[in-house]
Design a protein around this ligand. Sequence first.
Ligand SMILES: C[S@@+](CC[C@H](N)C(=O)[O-])C[C@H]1O[C@@H](n2cnc3c(N)ncnc32)[C@H](O)[C@@H]1O
Ligand code: SF4
Length: 332
Amino acid sequence: MTIDALGRPLHDLRISVTDRCNFRCVYCMPKEIYGRGYQFLPKDQLLTFEELGRIARAFASVGTRKIRLTGGEPLMRRGLEILVADLATIPDVEVTLTTNGALLADRAQALRDAGLDRITVSLDALDDEVFKCMNDVDFPVAKVLAGIEAAEGAGLPVKVNMVVRRGLNESAIVPMARFFREKGHILRFIEYMDVGHTNGWRLDDVVPAREIVRLIGAELPIEPVGANYVGEVAERWRYVDGSGEIGVIASVTQAFCKDCTRARLSAEGKVYTCLFATAGTDLRDRLRAGATDAQLAAAISEVWAARTDRYSELRSSETAGLHKIEMSYIGG
Ligand SMILES: C[S@@+](CC[C@H](N)C(=O)[O-])C[C@H]1O[C@@H](n2cnc3c(N)ncnc32)[C@H](O)[C@@H]1O
Ligand code: SF4
């Protein structure tokens, strides 16, 4: 197993399969910047499915046990099921996907049939007005809910992610908790993070996890539960009446760098060892220059062994000025 300079294993890989998205979430790809004219990666610069399969296997050979496909919006990458089917053949590796759900209703069964193990769907509110303020493309809640239902119907275990941004969707916290408790899906609340630089992040816009837990607990009694495994980023809480659980991801107010076991691969084949990294290591050119599987694995191990990142623990006025990579590119 490959261990970094702070003793953390390389357990997870997040792959951004495209930097494009059909939403313009205000906290991720704000319209002012990602509107018409924004330069997304040209097609020939994206890793092909064959290249992604080789890189994924190289990661697995150095200890990676979980792969999450993300983006941008991963379902915008045509034929994604083909990639899932290939990755699903890697022994002992779980294949998961994070999606905004917009295109999920028609694809859920094919993804499950291809071998997808689990799915996470992002949804920030149940009220159309509020949701549209977040996605900024007038996308209705009902279509995302239809995607969630289709995933469930296809036999995929579903979790739901909700980013909370002060002043925009705090009112959705308790209704979302109630709704997904009834549906039986784990809902995870994510603190709005200072990832990238286009979202104009301010600390004042973060609703701390403590406050989220307090708001829910006041209406639906909850109690803390221990982590399922080392490196689980969500802090778990369960409803006292036994009706399920929620998670809170407090990446701003309670950094979890010490247990972070994730690498990220951008759509053009650069490896990043932190969500807040400013530079990555290119694998695509090595691959296209004829690198063997062993050479790829060695390059990955070398990058990971040198890893000292703990941005969220250090987050300060000094790190605030860094030119951080956008989440849609690096893979959220
Ligand atoms: C970048 S998205 C990519 C996958 C897919 N498009 C989606 O929205 O689920 C992955 C996750 O990152 C979250 N996210 C994006 N920007 C964020 C930010 N600034 N702070 C916290 N979470 C963020 C999204 O809500 C989503 O759950
Ligand atoms: S959070 Fe996901 S859906 Fe929203 S803009 Fe970013 S990549 Fe797209």
